[in-house]
Design a protein around this ligand. Structure first.
Ligand SMILES: *[C@@H]1O[C@H](CO)[C@@H](O)[C@H](O)[C@H]1NC(C)=O
Ligand SMILES: *[C@@H]1O[C@H](CO)[C@@H](O)[C@H](O)[C@H]1NC(C)=O
Ligand SMILES: [Zn+2]
Length: 425
């Protein structure tokens, strides 16, 4: 098995070499020379990266077809096999699947995933138009999607280009998926893809997906996502005159819950503040809306206590939290029927794999891919930070749900975290 992991090791090595196209740590003279060189050569990794960035795949109207055409033309030049898959009747959300067949296709394959789409940008708040891929003299490339996550989509291709130029032939087949809609939940993208017959036939043994940059020296790697829950609690109570004090109004019932939830939130946040856990390792509960009151033409009726009140919370569960315990807490403490409350939890993704195990990839020797990953980082003289849980979610959760090990890895060190921010570089 160790030998056949060699292809992943080499691939990672090249990813790491290619990991800093937007951040060059060079003297000014060397930078200018580099820039000149870039301008002279019309086709190099940086120009290919910039071409990809110039395709506006931001929501709400991502130009998927141009992005797929561009990547497909690059893949054809590299002699990769390709398929365009559709999981919507309108075929407006293509998924590009590329394959580099290995010498032993019977072995489980490696899948390199990235998403085509990005979040919107507010051009007026940017130093350069967000789809210009403008390059500053110090080598920074300004574009929405530069970090999240077109950098890895291009790096995968460049790593293959380099390996091919050295006549390397992988033992395992390497697949690349460019998926739509990650930023809006992946329901018509990775969710349907991983549930498809096409995916099953790929026989995926390991996945690399997006991670995050690090302002420091170490590479960050993510072994799990948190699972988002949308929690809505509703209270009912007797309506009454605003001047009257009585028990069990809807507002009182709701406020009792809000206080309890706030105490729970504090208990989790205290763990973080005490340095005992990272933000992403605890359950976060944040109030996002309150809905109550009887509307009037000038605002709300002030002398009436309403009969209904509602609050919404964004809840995030790390894979170490027990979803059943939290559900029990919600039904018994946060929205108990005895206080005339009801609730609704919408789980925005799986929290357990198909065998009921927490959705996380082991980062020890029990996972045969982990030492290979580690070795590849060490081979380029890189340092790896303590493996982390991602505070938000990515498409990797759908792969982990199938019990397939998946690591989130966007190799960017000494780089500010600018995903979803203005002036992403
Ligand atoms: C719940 O509703 C019932 C029926 O309206 C009422 O008798 C009771 O006092 C309420 N209890 C609370 C805690 O609001
Ligand atoms: C790896 O971690 C898992 C979960 O913490 C544990 O059950 C397993 O024994 C560990 N394996 C090794 C080789 O340390
Ligand atoms: Zn992303």
């Amino acid at each position: 098995m160790a030998n056949s992991h060699h292809s992943l090791s080499l691939l990672l090595l090249f990813l790491l070499f290619l990991s800093t196209p937007t951040h060059q740590h060079q003297s000014v003279a060397a930078e200018q020379q580099q820039q000149q060189q870039d301008e002279e050569e019309s086709d190099n990794p940086i120009t290919r990266f910039r071409n990809y960035l110039r395709i506006n795949t931001a929501h709400p109207n991502p130009d998927y077809s141009s992005a797929v055409s561009y990547l497909l033309s690059e893949a054809n030049l590299l002699g990769l096999h390709s398929q365009i898959l559709h999981f919507t009747p309108s075929k407006s959300k293509p998924l590009l699947l590329l394959s580099w067949p290995g010498s032993d296709p019977s072995l489980p394959s490696i899948l390199l995933n990235s998403h085509l789409d990005s979040v919107p940008a507010e051009p007026s708040k940017w130093a350069h138009p967000p789809f210009s891929a403008a390059k500053s003299p110090d080598g920074r490339i300004f574009a929405r999607g530069a970090q999240d996550d077109k950098c890895i989509g291009i790096q995968y291709l460049e790593a293959i280009r380099n390996l091919k130029s050295k006549n390397f032939w992988p033992i395992r087949t390497v697949h690349l998926s460019y998926v739509p809609d990650e930023e809006i939940g992946g329901f018509d993208g990775a969710a349907k893809f991983t549930a498809s017959e096409e995916f099953r036939t790929l026989n995926v043994g390991f996945l690399l997906d997006e991670g995050q940059a690090n302002p420091g020296e170490e590479f960050r790697v993510f072994y799990a996502d948190r699972c988002p829950w949308n929690l809505v609690i509703r209270a009912q109570g007797m309506p009454g005159h605003g001047s009257r004090m009585y028990d069990n109004s809807a507002m009182e019932n709701l406020m009792k819950s809000v206080e309890m939830i706030t105490r729970f939130r504090d208990s989790q946040f205290d763990i973080v503040k005490a340095g005992k856990a990272a933000n992403s390792e605890v359950v976060s509960v944040n109030p996002v809306y309150l809905k109550a009151g009887i509307p009037s033409p000038t605002g709300f009726v002030m002398n009436m206590q309403p009969s209904e009140a509602e609050a919404g919370f964004d809840v995030r569960l790390p894979p170490t939290a027990d979803p059943d315990i939290l559900r029990k807490k919600i039904s018994e403490e946060w929205a108990p029927a005895v206080r005339n409350m009801t609730y609704e939890v919408i789980e925005k993704g799986p929290s357990r794999d198909y065998l009921g195990r927490p959705l996380m990839t082991l980062t020890n020797d029990s996972n045969p891919w982990w030492p290979v990953f580690n070795k590849a980082i060490a081979a380029v003289g890189g340092k790896l930070a303590k493996p982390e849980i991602l505070p938000s979610t990515t498409d990797a959760r759908y792969i982990r749900q199938l019990g397939i090990p998946a690591l989130g890895f966007s190799p960017m060190t000494n780089t500010p975290i600018l995903l979803h921010d203005h002036n992403e570089v």
